[in-house]
Design a protein around this ligand. Structure first.
Ligand SMILES: [Zn+2]
Ligand SMILES: [Zn+2]
Length: 352
């Protein structure tokens, strides 16, 4: 089998300006499928990674881990996909598949090799030496790490579910959210707006915390019971101890304890946004008085990613997206950083 010819938008250095790049992917192996990408979402993680905010990178590197397209070739051992199927790829493309976590469908917690990220991870078979992501016209992936996209789900809406969807769905499921629970969402961007929609769909009362007054009407439209525009920690005081669970999607360090203090004692607070160098700011004074359980969370396993895809298709839960051309990616990145995205940019892969 021959290597697959690809083109996409790659970062060349930490400046983080993307440009068209022609490259090759590995040949389609016996357990692989080839997906012709139709749409690819833009996640804040793409920006952090390419700019080296989470560690040194190899370049050129094509980001993108919200990938949706059509299967155009399959390896001889593939059983779950056939040519013409809709398929997606999220944030990982491999793991050891032998350890307890992998066997339990929590491949993102792989205990031996760790998960192989969809872009920027060393990969022996890749002609470029690292995995290359979804700002591109195709991708080769082991079938286990591909997600089936139901026929009734449009590919442009499916793409953001593969990171923004699963990253917010998984922690909401882990706290066994039930009807009537008071759920707080901090940061209403690509991830946060999905957290609102998913929690509302499960019957929760959702309280959205944003620093952008211009988002209030949209967020109410997503079903939030109340939108709190936060200018300072003072605005959070009336919410002390009121919420059952809170999820924060903010991808930068901010003083979190006054938000965590909005959760009732012994409740849970999950951080899914990953700041620069992974460094958070938590003042412990509030924390000792509430005993809120703090944890952080990364995406979800493949079975749960399939679950959120099927759930959103069944319940018609769609991300609010803006479709852009490849040449608009650099501009879109600036807008994501400036909190101007409403709420997920999705690249039309036909424009690469
Ligand atoms: Zn992401
Ligand atoms: Zn493993």
């Amino acid at each position: 089998m021959k290597n697959i010819v690809s083109k996409g938008y790659a970062g060349k250095d930490e400046e983080g300006k993307l440009a068209l790049w022609n490259f090759e992917r590995r040949a389609v192996g016996d357990n692989d499928i080839l997906i012709e990408i139709k749409f690819s979402g833009i996640c804040h993680s793409d920006i952090h990674t390419i700019k080296g905010h989470w560690g040194k990178q190899q370049y050129p590197q094509v980001p993108g881990h919200e990938i949706a397209g059509i299967v155009t070739a399959i390896g001889k051992n593939v059983t779950q996909f056939k040519i013409g199927d809709k398929a997606g790829v999220g944030c990982m493309v491999n793991s050891c598949m032998q350890c307890e976590s992998c066997k339990n469908g929590e491949e993102h917690h792989c205990e031996t090799t760790g998960m192989t990220g969809t872009y920027g991870s060393p990969e022996k078979l890749s002609p470029t030496g690292i995995t290359q992501g979804g700002y591109s016209n195709n991708i080769v992936v082991t079938e286990h790490f591909a997600i089936k996209i139901p026929k009734n789900m449009d590919l442009e809406f499916a793409a953001p579910l593969l990171c923004a969807g699963i990253t917010t769905y998984s922690p909401l499921m882990k706290v066994k959210m039930k009807k009537g629970d008071k759920i707080g969402v901090v940061g209403i961007g690509g991830l946060g707006h999905m957290a609102v929609k998913l929690a509302v769909s499960k019957g929760a009362e959702v309280y959205a915390f944003t620093t952008s007054p211009s988002k209030v009407n949209d967020i109410k439209g997503f079903g939030a019971k109340e939108v709190i525009v936060v200018n300072s920690a003072e605005d959070l005081k009336p919410w002390k101890g009121k919420l059952d669970f809170m999820i924060s999607t903010v991808p930068y360090a901010y003083e979190m304890s006054s938000y965590i203090d909005c959760v009732k004692p012994y409740g849970f607070f999950t951080q899914v946004g990953q700041p620069i160098n992974g460094e958070l700011m938590i003042n412990n004074f509030n924390m000792i008085f509430n005993r809120v359980n703090f944890n952080a969370s990364l995406i979800g396993g493949i079975p749960e990613t399939q679950e959120v895809m099927d759930y959103c298709a069944e319940h018609k839960i769609y991300p609010q997206i803006e479709i852009i051309k490849a040449e608009e990616i650099n501009d879109a990145w600036k807008k994501v950083v400036n909190k101007e995205a409403r709420y997920r940019y999705v690249i039309d892969a036909a424009t690469f």
